[in-house]
Design a protein around this ligand. Sequence first.
Ligand SMILES: [Zn+2]
Length: 67
Amino acid sequence: MRPKTQIHFDPSTAAQLACPACLGNLSLSATRLICASCGRAYPIVDGIPVLIAERAEAPTRAEPPRE
Ligand SMILES: [Zn+2]
């Protein structure tokens, strides 16, 4: 049985994809593809990764913990 997930995207396919912005390697996160080079996050919609630079989320920076 497959685990319940909203992603119907084969994680192994991520290795064959490249970041459209920098051509870096993409790694599959919970609900998006993360570029290992520039840190952009590409959403996965209906199981299909949206590899459009304009649609990518800006790289997330490490924020200091809020106190
Ligand atoms: Zn990139």
